[in-house]
Design a protein around this ligand. Structure first.
Ligand SMILES: Nc1ncnc2c1ncn2[C@@H]1O[C@H](COP(=O)(O)OS(=O)(=O)O)[C@@H](OP(=O)(O)O)[C@H]1O
Ligand SMILES: Nc1ncnc2c1ncn2[C@@H]1O[C@H](COP(=O)(O)OP(=O)(O)O)[C@@H](O)[C@H]1O
Length: 200
């Protein structure tokens, strides 16, 4: 970019890791609407808070009210939505936090593009796996009903595609694990990979 020069921070990410006593990165939750992304991201966030870990959740519905207001659900807008979220998540990771993103993020290539913004190991893709039939039964916001009635177009899983991850770091099957168990599986992964110390 012309006339714009990158300014290196005086405080490095490692400095912040040292101060916080834990590493940073992104927990990238992906899955169908109603699969449990928000519920699980918030359960993990609450657990991290209890453990004294600096964390935050970026949630699809909330971000679309502000930062990404005006973006719709056509392919181009979804791509831009996820591109921006990847960049924001990277800022959170740079700031030393463990950030969770809860977006459908239906396209594999967009998730891979987000992954490329991060250092090796710091992008943790979590497939929130739940069959469409169960998501549709849960239908926490009544959106599947609307989509089936044709009142919402381009609805993921109905008339817009979802590409499941081919090689995610974690698969959480929310149709067979409780919310508590699902959150603990994510925390166990963070301990195993030494994002958070074992003794916490
Ligand atoms: N057409 C269509 N398709 C899918 N979802 C829709 C649609 N219209 C509105 N909603 C609501 O928006 C939430 C998904 O937004 P995201 O930003 O996560 O979508 S995406 O990643 O850009 O595909 C999604 O939230 P979640 O249920 O939390 O996934 C829906 O509540
Ligand atoms: N094991 C589970 N994990 C996550 N959510 C679950 C689970 N079991 C049932 N649910 C329910 O499924 C719904 C998932 O909704 P939500 O978290 O908004 O999904 P998403 O963010 O993927 O659209 C919630 O009503 C939640 O209580």
């Amino acid at each position: 970019m012309d006339n714009i020069v990158w300014h290196t921070s005086a405080i490095t990410r490692e400095d912040r890791h040292h101060l916080n006593g834990h590493k940073s990165g992104v927990l990238w939750f992906t899955g169908l609407s109603g699969s449990g992304k928000s519920t699980l991201a918030n359960a993990v966030d609450a657990r991290l808070y209890e453990l004294g870990v600096r964390s935050y959740v970026l949630d699809g519905d909330n971000i679309r009210h502000g930062l990404n207001k005006g973006l719709g659900f056509g392919i181009e807008d979804r791509i831009e939505n996820i591109r921006r979220i990847g960049e924001v998540a990277k800022l959170f990771a740079d700031s030393g936090q463990i950030v969770s993103t809860a977006f459908i993020s239906p396209f594999r290539e967009d998730r891979e593009q987000a992954r490329r913004l991060f250092r090796k190991g710091e992008f943790i893709e979590i497939f929130v796996d739940c069959p469409l039939t169960i998501c549709e039964k849960r239908d926490p916001k009544g959106l599947y009903k609307k989509a089936r009635r044709g009142e919402i177009r381009d609805f993921t899983g109905i008339d817009s595609p979802y590409e499941a991850p081919s090689n995610p770091e974690l698969i959480i099957e929310t149709y067979r694990h409780s919310i508590h168990k699902a959150a603990e599986l994510v925390i166990a992964y963070l301990r195993e990979k030494k994002f958070i110390p074992l003794e916490r």
